[in-house]
Design a protein around this ligand. Structure first.
Ligand code: G3I
Length: 375
């Protein structure tokens, strides 16, 4: 009799375990961001070296499951890929290309020309001829190597000031305002099989948006190829400029190019600089406890607000899915986010869809649900 009861208990235990696993698996396993938005727009993430080299098993499973596009957060920037005049480090970029091929993930290479994260030898250049030599050699060497291997390039990144005028970068100073058209001309020649984008933050704001539109029109007027524009999307969950974003989608789409949201994250922490949301890395501020309120965990009320802000934003994206080709989150999980150290070092932010244990947050499930409703 005892044996029968024991066997029955075992059978029941196995049945319960099976049901639990099935439910849990269905909760995450069968769905994913890329599946939910399939046929609407690509869903991407920024990848760091450890993720590209698949050093962490769980992340290595989660990333290809959730995303069908990826942007290297740092490893293809000039300071890393071109550290000295005649030295190029292609190892990690080659691994990224192989990673994309292995998982069928479209790689958006980032970036060819940017005033930040330049190698020291470029920062030391004082004459125009030397900078022109660097400019031409860098774009041609890097873009031609990855032509057809990466899906797209952020050719020029953040060339504008907030008022829509051109940022006074070393490129503007030494090469003049046509450096942007020339960058796209060189990239198009070196990479005929790769899409070419202009990428910037705050270009949903009218003045800066006007500057971006002027850049795009100038490139097109010169008969040079530009395929899309990236609105970075570094916003705050309490201040997502939905109306300006909608205006921007319409105005950029009217230029006949792809519209993308390329570095999306929604900070939940107080903005210590007092200035509107920005990704201007020159903006920093001093640490104090008041501006780092969630060191232990994120209160449920804030989690819900974040989820709602993401849902409102994606409702807008889905309204314009015919114009939007990609939405990329600037990182996989909260622990990876640059916002833990910007504009203040050492804070605990919660800006993305996966928590520090790589588990989906409420915002993730809200977006999956939204996508199902809008099928
Ligand atoms: O790799 C070095 C490491 O060896 C060293 O020990 C450490 C010391 O601080 O620095 C490490 O380099 C850091 C690098 O990220 C890699 O982690 C740099 O200090 C740090 O400044 C750099 O930050 C990156 C930032 O661009 C630089 O401006 C962020 O990860 C990256 O998310 C951020 O991304 C930019 C986009 O490219 C363009 N749009 C704005 C966006 C946010 O600034």
């Amino acid at each position: 009799m005892k044996t029968k009861r024991f066997n029955l208990a075992i059978v029941i235990a196995i049945a319960v375990l099976f049901i639990f696993c099935t439910v849990t698996k269905n909760k995450v396993g069968n769905t994913s961001l890329q599946k939910a938005f399939q046929g609407k727009f690509l869903i991407g993430t920024a990848l760091n070296a450890s993720q590209i080299e698949e050093k962490e098993p769980y992340a290595s499973k989660l990333i290809p499951q959730q995303f069908n596009a990826a942007t290297p957060e740092n490893i293809m920037k000039a300071e890393i890929i071109h550290p000295a005049w005649d030295t190029y480090n292609f190892d990690l970029a080659d691994k990224l290309v192989a990673y994309g091929k292995k998982y069928g993930i479209k790689i958006n290479a980032h970036n060819l020309i940017w005033h930040s994260q330049l190698p020291p030898f470029v920062r030391r250049i004082t004459d125009a001829d030397s900078l022109k030599m660097y400019f031409e050699d860098h774009i041609t060497t890097v873009a031609s190597r990855y032509d057809g291997k990466v899906y797209s390039w952020d050719v020029v990144n953040e060339a504008l000031n907030e008022d829509g005028t051109l940022r006074n970068s070393i490129f503007l100073q030494k090469l003049g305002p046509d450096y942007i058209v020339e960058a796209f001309r060189l990239a198009a020649k070196a990479a005929p099989n790769t899409k070419l984008y202009y990428n910037d933050y705050n270009i949903e704001q009218p003045e800066k948006r006007a500057g971006a539109i002027e850049i795009i029109k100038k490139i097109k007027a010169a008969g040079v190829r530009i395929d899309g524009v990236g609105i970075q999307g570094h916003w705050h969950m309490n201040d997502v400029p939905l109306e300006k974003i909608e205006e921007s989608i319409k105005e950029f789409a009217a230029l006949g190019i792809e519209v993308m949201f390329t570095e999306l994250d929604l900070s939940v922490l107080p903005n210590p600089t007092g200035r509107p949301g920005s990704a201007d890395i020159s903006q920093t501020a001093a640490y104090n406890e008041k501006i780092n309120p969630y060191t232990k965990a994120l209160p449920d009320s804030v989690q819900k607000k974040l989820a709602q802000s993401y849902s409102d934003l994606f409702t807008l994206f889905l309204k314009y899915k015919k114009n939007i080709s990609r939405v990329t989150f600037w990182g996989v999980d909260d622990g990876q986010s640059w916002l833990n150290d910007f504009p203040v070092r050492g804070r605990t932010n919660y800006a993305l869809l996966f928590d520090r244990n790589l588990k989906p947050k409420e915002a993730y499930y809200k977006l999956i649900e939204l996508a199902k409703q809008k099928q």
